[in-house]
Ligand binder design. Structure first.
Ligand SMILES: [Zn+2]
Ligand SMILES: [Zn+2]
Length: 638
């Protein structure tokens, strides 16, 4: 063993401590924060995830990884996948594990094995429980390629992975009890960390080689504790009950057809909601000094060469050949706005120039990733491009944060920000990026909003602030984005005449707040479980006459409501009153009023607010004023 020498280790808070070489990451982290050790499942060594049993080889930086970290979550999911493989191989010894990566919502493991049946999974679960009780450790071993080939000689899939590892590199494997898997790691220290592992199901998967037999995929999700799993399963059931795709069909809002995968079809009810959302946004744009424009959906290739999309974004675009020229369906509104700015000479007096555009955008998303309204190929954003002088950028972005707060509080959505900085592939000079990133960070700091930094996640032309919302089930979603761009104005040769008489290049703020109507609408539907606030509801009031005798009064009331620009209808009397009340509840109509003898004689209504069993007596003018007030103030009710 080489002689131990002193090494310097830097921790996340900037503190530096000395250790000897071969100190375990776990022991070093214990000194950094003794109280947190139970929640730390792996470590970050010089930015690379490693096991807690990793021996520190040299000077470097060390940070803890917990389940709360994205990478920690992935490590636990992947460790769970190993546990499933262990259980499956114990159940069906000739099963050949292939690979088992973490996914956005859990993990899977694909097996080369006979078709599974539900009883297999029961046996796998029992084997997994046993391993968790026995607290099997995940032990890393580094072996030679020849040793690895001998170890996995019966598994052609693993042999293929081994052949992909560069010659001369050691191959790492992890032992978990009697089970060994080829793996880069890292892993949680032991199966004790996997008490909340749950198999969600299994299905046959077509192999990459079409002549090979189908693989069996086992899907699951993992949590450090049983309580966290229970909480997740409860939320999942709740999320299924409010799946926007189901609600969209039930409430006749939108649909999809096989002939246009990923392209939403908006039904009349859905268009009412979209128009209300647009009206909400347009009212703000008008007050905040924006002008609306409309630019083409297709531009020739040369426009995208100028914007940089051709080089950096082409794979995500739909292309069309027209008269021998290649046109691209615009994936973003930026190029059109740039061309409008460039269309004539500009003066500093015109800045900030705020151009808003609600044009349909097209992006190629692989068919496997499409999901209802939340991942589509055609969508519209509440998009705008703001042309400013360098000094105007910061105050302009500050006002955007005020609008974000107002917009999302209208929907009772919590929001936070993520600052994404220069990626590996970027346009322009590093110094300019630094300046733009510093501006964005200053705005965030000054505003006091919650934000975190995502290094390297910026767009190819600009750093950005992404806006994340949290729905009523606590799920995070990304909606809008604010980008501070010095590159595209240069590439398009934009200029304005300054007070000094000289030409200057403007800076552009690209920003969308709600993001895309489609995605925002899908998220909102799930957030409110289909109970859209009255101002967004396709039908706001349904009037129920008790019998035919009351129908004329019901229609009269509907006309009065319509005259106040409220969306109302009267029901027929064919079905029983209780059935009609129930239907209105299922259709999520916010206000239902009943008109019988008493109400017609008094000029009153019996009001039922959605979700309440109570009938509230109100005079007709009171009722109309009440609904009008709720709707125009864009209030939730209750
Ligand atoms: Zn692995
Ligand atoms: Zn843009």
């Amino acid at each position: 063993m080489p002689e131990a020498t002193t090494i310097h280790v830097r921790f996340p808070d900037g503190r530096e401590e000395t250790f000897t070489t071969a100190t375990l990451a776990r022991d070093a982290l214990d000194r950094f924060n003794p109280g947190a050790v139970g929640s730390v499942l792996a470590a970050l060594w010089n930015g690379v995830p490693v096991d807690l049993a990793f021996r520190l080889p040299s000077d470097g930086s060390l940070a803890p990884i917990t389940f709360e970290d994205r990478v920690g979550r992935d490590i636990l999911q992947h460790s769970s996948a190993h546990l499933v493989a262990k259980g499956l191989v114990e159940t069906i010894p000739d099963a050949r594990p292939t690979h088992g990566p973490p996914t956005d919502d859990g993990f899977y493991y694909d097996f080369d094995v006979r078709p599974l049946v539900p009883a297999d999974l029961d046996a796998v679960r029992a084997a997994m429980d046993r391993s968790v009780r026995e607290k099997d450790r995940f032990v890393r071993r580094e072996i030679t390629r020849a040793e690895a080939q001998a170890l996995f000689s019966k598994n052609p899939h693993k042999l293929r992975y081994i052949s992909d590892i560069p010659e001369g590199e050691l191959v790492s494997v992890y032992d978990t009890g009697s089970f060994t898997d080829l793996c880069r790691g890292p892993h949680v220290p032991s199966t004790e960390w996997l008490q909340g592992v749950h198999i969600l199901g299994f299905s046959a998967i077509a192999p990459e080689d079409p002549t090979a037999p189908a693989l069996q995929r086992v899907r699951g999700v993992g949590f450090p504790t049983r309580a966290q799993l229970d909480q997740y399963l409860k939320m999942r059931a709740e999320a299924e009950a409010r799946d926007h795709r189901v609600l969209g069909t039930k409430l006749e809002l939108f649909t999809f057809v096989d002939e246009a995968p990923g392209f939403p079809i908006w039904l009349p009810n859905g268009m009412v909601v979209v128009h209300e959302l647009e009206r909400f946004v347009r009212e703000h744009l008008e007050a905040a000094g924006y002008q609306e424009i409309r630019t083409p959906l297709l531009f020739a290739q040369s426009v995208y060469e100028t914007s940089g999309h051709w080089e950096h974004y082409r794979e995500d675009m739909f292309l069309s050949e027209v008269e021998g020229r290649t046109f691209g369906w615009k994936p973003m509104n930026c190029p059109g706005s740039m061309l409008i700015f460039r269309s004539r000479a500009r003066s500093y007096r015109e800045l900030p120039m705020r151009l808003a555009e609600f044009a349909p955008l097209h992006r190629f998303e692989a068919s496997g990733t499409l999901h209802g309204l939340t991942r589509v190929r055609e969508f519209v954003q509440d998009d705008a491009h703001i042309f400013v002088t360098e000094e105007q950028a910061e105050p302009e972005i500050r006002t955007l944060l005020d609008w974000i707060e107002r917009a999302f509080s209208t929907f009772r959505l919590e929001w936070s920000c993520e600052l994404s900085t220069r990626p590996a592939k970027f346009l322009g000079e590093k110094e300019v990026w630094d300046k733009a990133e510093a501006t964005l960070e200053r705005v965030l700091k000054a505003s006091g909003v919650k934000y975190r930094v995502s290094p390297g996640e910026g767009g190819f032309y600009a750093p950005k602030i992404d806006i994340h919302i949290r729905d009523s089930l606590g799920r995070p979603w990304q909606t809008g984005t604010i980008q501070l761009d010095y590159q595209m104005p240069l590439r398009f040769g934009l200029a304005y005449q300054g007070p000094d008489g000289q030409l200057h290049t403007p800076v552009v703020v690209h920003r969308t707040i709600l993001g895309t109507w489609e995605r925002f609408f899908g998220v909102l539907l799930e957030h409110v479980a289909g109970r859209l606030p009255p101002w967004l509801a396709p039908l706001q009031v349904r009037v129920l006459p008790v019998t035919d005798r009351h129908s004329a009064a019901a229609h009269g009331l509907v006309e009065e409501l319509k005259a106040r620009r409220l969306r109302a209808e009267a029901s027929s009397t064919e079905e029983s009153l209780s059935k009609r009340v129930r239907n209105a509840e299922i259709e999520r109509v916010p206000y239902v009023v009943v008109l019988g003898d008493k109400e017609v004689a008094e000029g009153s209504v019996a009001l039922r607010v959605r979700g309440s069993k109570e009938n509230r007596p109100l005079s007709r003018p009171e009722f109309i004023a009440y609904v009008h007030d709720r709707v125009t103030k864009r209030e939730f009710d209750p």
